[in-house]
Design a protein around this ligand. Structure first.
Ligand code: HEC
Ligand code: HEC
Length: 297
């Protein structure tokens, strides 16, 4: 009896030790991966600094929700602060104290926005750079011009800190969903599609406005798959509604049944879109095959 207990103790103790070792290994793997992004082929753009470029860039920063996450003055916000997972700020993008703007080069901006790797070679885990990868060179140049023109704001948010198990969750389990791993880096860069009320331009806007980050990659709705707001199925929307109803929803946040959309849906940002742009997204949604709502898994 005593012997059996002793053996049982050894086995259980051994298992606990094994699990601990495994956890430590995964922790270290996660941390190392997060801090050492893969080399990506960056595709630098020309950045103008005239007032028109800055104004265009301000518009792009709005529809891409840069200001939604990084703050209206791009001063940075605390995006995740959840024990025990960790602390992830959406960094201060200005050139004030604690801001990356004072050190970022044009190439750094490009790598961060279209490739999902920051200037320190860290992998971004939250920002949907895989959607911004679609940005055309000229539009991205304007966006960067705007970012660089932002008045400095002092706001020291400190470094990202992912403890156990945050390092494992973000560094190991979420590996395949990292923007940097979902981007074909060789396909990044080049001109945007011609501006106009076409499905092609609509697809472009849908990408750079990152609709998929809340409505799921196939736009058939986020019903619990993503750790982001639950945007419903958009692939069936056009069959059930008119262009006008779509425009009203996107630009005033009011649905056909009169319900007001919550602010989780950034309609206030899309309210800045022109009629042509809204029409382009509408044209694009109409080309999508209607899909059943995504299931929770
Ligand atoms: C959903 C919220 C969200 C949106 C939208 C967003 N960001 Fe971010 N951004 C973050 C977070 C969080 C980080 C920290 C890195 C990460 O994702 O792990 C970050 C990191 C960055 C960095 C890297 C800073 C550094 O050196 O660490 C830059 C540059 C940046 N964002 C610019 C932008 C721009 C420009 C846009 C719009 C095109 C944008 N972001 C849209 C949340 C967001
Ligand atoms: C940050 C998350 C987020 C992004 C980005 C986003 N949406 Fe949404 N969207 C939502 C949420 C959440 C709802 C549901 C809100 C509610 O019911 O109050 C919604 C609702 C909608 C609706 C109304 C659906 C219905 O009938 O209830 C439409 C249409 C829509 N979004 C289109 C878009 C388009 C087009 C884009 C990109 C240009 C987009 N959304 C980007 C989160 C988002």
């Amino acid at each position: 009896m005593k012997r059996t207990l002793k053996w049982l103790g050894i086995v259980v103790g051994g298992l606990i030790a094994l699990v601990l070792v495994l956890a430590v290994v995964l922790f270290l793997v996660g941390r190392s991966r997060l801090n050492n992004a893969p080399e990506v082929a960056a595709a630098p753009v020309t950045v103008a600094d005239d007032a028109e470029a800055v104004e265009n860039g301000r518009y792009f920063a709005t529809i891409s929700s840069c200001t939604g996450c990084h703050g209206p003055q791009l001063e940075g916000t605390v995006f995740v602060d959840e024990a025990p997972i960790g602390y992830v700020p959406a960094p201060n993008l200005t050139s004030g104290a604690g801001g990356v703007g004072s050190t970022y080069t044009d190439a750094d901006w490009e790598r961060a926005i279209r490739h999902g790797v920051n200037a320190d070679g860290e992998v971004m885990v939250i920002m949907s750079a895989n959607h911004y990868a679609a940005y055309g060179d000229e539009d991205l140049g304007d966006l960067i011009a705007y970012l660089k023109s932002a008045p400095p704001v002092d706001n020291e948010l400190g470094e990202r800190q992912l403890q156990f198990p945050g390092n494992i969750i973000f560094g190991v389990l979420a590996y395949d969903s990292w923007a940097v791993n979902r981007t074909d880096h060789t396909a990044v860069g080049g001109p945007a599609p011609t501006f106009g009320e076409t499905a092609e331009y609509g697809a472009y806007l849908t990408n750079i406005a990152s609709c998929a980050s809340c409505h799921a990659e196939n736009l058939a709705g986020n019903y619990g798959q993503l750790d982001s707001p639950a945007g419903p199925n958009l692939t069936t929307w056009s069959a059930e509604h008119s262009r006008e109803e779509f425009a009203t929803a996107l630009q005033t946040g009011v649905l056909p049944d009169g319900r007001q959309l919550s602010l989780e849906m950034p309609w206030m940002a899309y309210a800045q879109m022109s009629d042509t742009e809204v029409g382009a997204i509408w044209a694009y949604l109409n080309t999508l095959e209607p899909l059943p709502n995504n299931s929770a898994e």
